[in-house]
Design a protein around this ligand. Structure first.
Ligand SMILES: NC(=O)c1ccc[n+]([C@@H]2O[C@H](COP(=O)([O-])OP(=O)(O)OC[C@H]3O[C@@H](n4cnc5c(N)ncnc54)[C@H](OP(=O)(O)O)[C@@H]3O)[C@@H](O)[C@H]2O)c1
Length: 270
């Protein structure tokens, strides 16, 4: 049953060219709904758009990089003028971490922070003036459980997700008088390209489609926080009560490294 979702006529999703963003686009695609799908890879994005159109949704695609604030703002303003945005899903993100022998480089750290934190802030900033003026809409930010449980093997990723969730939580309260809602989404491991180079345990791994359904259910009921899988959340909460050395010892089975691919994440858009 869709309640709030019935009013959600226009949805923008960043990072819609694959993974969770693609699964969300396909789940939301329906007659009477307009989707704005963003990603850098036009070929993949057009393929997702075609499948959404097959489901009778109206789709507009855009390829601004989320780190390019000017291009992103231009696209979002133009789209919003024709299709006032009801739901903005801030989902685009990248993952990296320490390699088996070498630590993550400063360049990798900077790229992660720029994409996951600054890119999310720029996406929100582009849509916010229109949403505030209309006094309506919802911003859904895809963070990660790594925001609640920083990963020793992926420090920059953990910092980027803690940062964006802190930003979103502050924004949620600040925006309340404007009647613009903010939902914070903390997923666990999902089987997408993001984890393709993750070597090690992926506890309670779920499909992007499962995750998308959980997120949509939460957003349909207007949830301000969506955290899953719940079992991991309880383990994280219990772990936070322990001294960090003991928590690290108990969590040692979940350590991993990132296999640095020949074509790295920067080239993923090509
Ligand atoms: N997979 C997991 O286990 C997991 C767990 C917790 C949270 N998350 C979060 O879930 C979100 C979706 O990730 P995913 O697992 O679906 O990964 P994915 O399959 O790698 O998809 C990432 C998406 O982000 C887009 N993107 C990346 N950098 C971008 C940039 N600079 N500008 C514009 N778009 C960009 C990519 O599109 P293009 O390549 O076409 O640009 C792609 O559509 C991310 O925020 C991720 O951190 C993932």
């Amino acid at each position: 049953m869709e309640t709030m979702g019935q009013l959600t006529r226009t949805i923008v999703i960043t990072g819609a060219s694959r993974g969770l963003g693609e699964a969300l686009a396909l789940l939301y695609a329906t007659h009477g709904r307009t989707l704005g799908l963003l990603g850098r890879n036009r070929v993949r994005l057009e393929a997702v758009a075609a499948r959404c159109r097959d489901k009778q949704a109206s789709v507009v695609v855009g390829t601004p990089d989320v780190t390019d604030g000017a291009a992103l703002a231009r696209w979002i303003e133009r789209f919003d003028a024709d299709h006032p945005i009801d739901l903005l899903i801030v989902n685009a993100g990248i993952f990296n971490g320490h390699g088996e022998t070498a630590p993550e480089t400063v360049d990798e750290v900077t790229t992660i922070l720029r994409t996951n934190l600054e890119g999310a802030v720029l996406t929100i900033a582009a849509a916010l003036p229109m949403m505030r003026a209309r006094r309506s809409g919802r911003i859904a930010i895809v963070g990660s459980l790594a925001a609640l449980h920083p990963l020793a093997d992926a420090p920059a990723y953990s910092a980027s997700k803690a940062g964006v969730m802190g930003y979103g939580e502050a924004l949620r309260e600040w925006l309340a008088p404007d009647n613009v809602a903010v939902s914070l989404i903390y997923p666990g491991h999902m089987k997408t390209a993001q984890v393709a180079h993750h070597v090690g345990a992926l506890p309670l791994l779920m499909s992007a489609e499962q995750a998308a359904r959980t997120i949509k259910r939460g957003l349909d009921r207007g949830a301000s926080t969506i955290v899953f899988p719940r079992r991991l959340l309880w383990l994280i909460r219990a772990g936070r009560l322990l001294p960090w050395r003991l928590r690290a010892l108990l969590g040692s089975g979940t350590r991993f490294h990132v296999a640095k691919p020949a074509t790295d994440y920067k080239q993923a858009a090509e």
